[in-house]
Design a protein around this ligand. Structure first.
Ligand code: C5P
Ligand code: C5P
Length: 479
């Protein structure tokens, strides 16, 4: 049986269970992760529940831990649907909540958790041989549940497309999708919800004046242009590109193919004269873009990558409810609230990054591993956003990155990433889980992006064992 056939077979009893929970009038709490994949997966489940007439609420959390489980127990809802979280916590959940829960997830889980899941409460990609780090995020898994519950929920496929780009699963050639993500994308395309085009990949292709979009694009990093609005403006203006239309700035999405070629030519000439291999930069600048046809032109929701940035911003800045409302169809007041949140999020991130690079003691980099000390600076919920952003920084390319901060409850929270160009075989998810547990903490994630929480007293020993683990073949991964 193929991997997706195994998943499809498991979906039937899983959805039957959910359906009977709803039909019995139970009050359901959807508990999900606060990042964009958490928001999309939680919202897809919530939309499906709403359409079934269920009584439900949605809550986001930063990670699963014993106090969250205690709170769930005290809350005493009838049933819990946990999305984008919960790997490694099945036995705790069973002890505290009996069988009143299910998990929909894509994080790698311990083998014994798969073996002891007799009642099929855990719908996790890895259980069916599907690579949850690259082939399907939690949003995609939640979509599989929703569309099995009711074919009408296939109209939520575009939200699953947003979740795939949010989790950087556009890892095929030219930022295409692979695995189950491709199947979901095909559905979204066939319903006219998403169009896919090979194009120039600029940040803000639907919303920013062209020169600003070029300046904001840091992947690929173009020396002399990235973060330099004036240089971008001069370059494009001198190349004769029409940047304004009737006094209004034009956005890349409005340019014709011919105009886009002229933009690329201008960038190519710039890169060639600044002593760089222009072919690689130009190559990296072209990739698939995913446009959400149902969203207004020039809206921050029209480009799936920008949509995902807004969701991340909402979750990380403590306003996940706005992101959830947007995913569940609220396009009025919520969209303008979301736009404001993105502004606040960007400003916070910019301040964080400039402090990390200006306060030199914060960054310890041995060329292979880079450690960032964010104590007293980084808010716990922003940690993942900071490490994702730093992982694209040219000065850290090739490294394994570990960013930490001391949290309000006195624990240390870590976020780790493989930086751009990193060819390490280390599986960060395995490393984080194994080493956090060894120091009475908890962690997990994927090969390229993971995190953990540890008691503050364990910090020095944890750091030492982390360094050793990055070159230990026991924690290497095939993919
Ligand atoms: O909990 P979840 O799996 O959804 O979170 C993964 C996080 O790691 C996301 O924020 C995603 O953007 C990030 N990521 C990354 N680089 C990768 C893969 C994931 O920064 N290669
Ligand atoms: O917080 P951050 O974005 O760095 O998380 C990266 C990945 O690690 C996510 O998939 C997250 O769910 C996972 N993680 C985890 N346990 C933690 C912290 C993060 O499984 N305590």
């Amino acid at each position: 049986m193929s991997d997706s056939a195994k998943l499809i077979e498991a979906l039937k009893p899983f959805c039957e269970k959910l359906r009977s929970v709803v039909e019995n009038g139970n009050e359901i709490a959807v508990i999900t992760h606060l990042d964009a994949d958490g928001i999309t997966s939680g919202s897809i489940v919530a939309s499906a529940l709403r359409r079934m007439g269920a009584r439900y609420s949605v809550r986001t959390i930063s990670d699963m831990n014993p106090s969250v489980i205690e709170r769930m127990k005290a809350d005493n809802r009838d049933f819990y649907v946990i999305t984008d979280l919960g790997g490694g916590w099945a036995s705790h959940l069973r002890k505290s909540l009996g069988d009143k829960w299910v998990i929909i997830d894509h994080h790698q889980i311990p083998e014994e958790e798969i073996l002891t899941d007799d009642d099929g409460q855990i719908l996790n990609a890895w259980k069916f041989g599907i690579d949850g780090g690259r082939h399907v995020p939690a949003g995609g898994m939640a979509y599989m549940v929703a569309s099995t519950l009711d074919r009408k929920n296939r109209d939520l496929s575009y939200i699953a497309v947003v979740s795939a780009v949010a989790d950087r699963q556009d890892q095929g050639d030219k930022k295409s999708f692979i695995g189950l993500n491709t199947e979901i994308l095909k559905t979204a395309q066939s319903l006219g919800l998403v169009s896919v085009d090979l194009d120039i990949m600029l940040t803000g292709r639907e919303t920013r004046p062209l020169h600003e979009a070029l300046a904001y694009t840091s992947c690929p990093y173009i020396d002399g242009l990235t973060w330099n609005r004036e240089a971008c403006y001069t370059l494009l203006k001198n190349a004769g590109i029409r940047l304004k239309d009737n006094g209004r700035w034009r956005v890349l999405a409005e340019f014709s193919q011919e105009e886009k070629s002229a933009v690329l030519d201008a960038i190519a000439r710039f890169v060639a004269t600044s002593n760089k291999t222009s072919t690689s930069v130009l190559d990296d600048l072209i990739g698939y873009v995913y446009t959400l046809a149902g969203e207004d032109k020039r809206s921050q929701l029209r480009d799936a990558r920008e949509f995902s940035t807004m969701l991340n911003a909402c979750g990380r800045i403590g306003k996940a409810g706005v992101g959830i409302a947007i995913c569940m169809g609220d396009r009025n007041a919520m969209l303008s609230a979301g736009e404001e949140i993105v502004g606040e999020y960007r400003t916070t991130l910019r301040n964080y990054i400039s402090t990390i690079f200006s306060e030199k003691w914060r960054l310890v980099d041995d060329g292979k591993n880079a450690f960032v000390n964010g104590d007293g600076l980084l808010a716990e919920d922003m940690l993942g956003a900071v490490s994702s952003l730093l992982s694209g920084s040219p000065s850290l390319s090739g490294r394994l990155l570990f960013v930490r901060t001391l949290t309000k409850d006195g624990t240390y929270r870590f976020s780790s990433r493989k930086c751009l160009g990193c060819d390490s075989k280390a599986n960060l998810g395995l490393i984080m889980r194994h080493h956090a547990e060894a120091f009475k903490g908890a962690g997990g994630g994927h090969s390229a992006a993971a995190g953990c929480r540890i008691p503050s007293t364990a910090l020095e020993d944890f750091l030492a064992s982390l360094r050793a683990a990055t070159s230990d073949p026991k924690f290497a991964t095939a993919t």
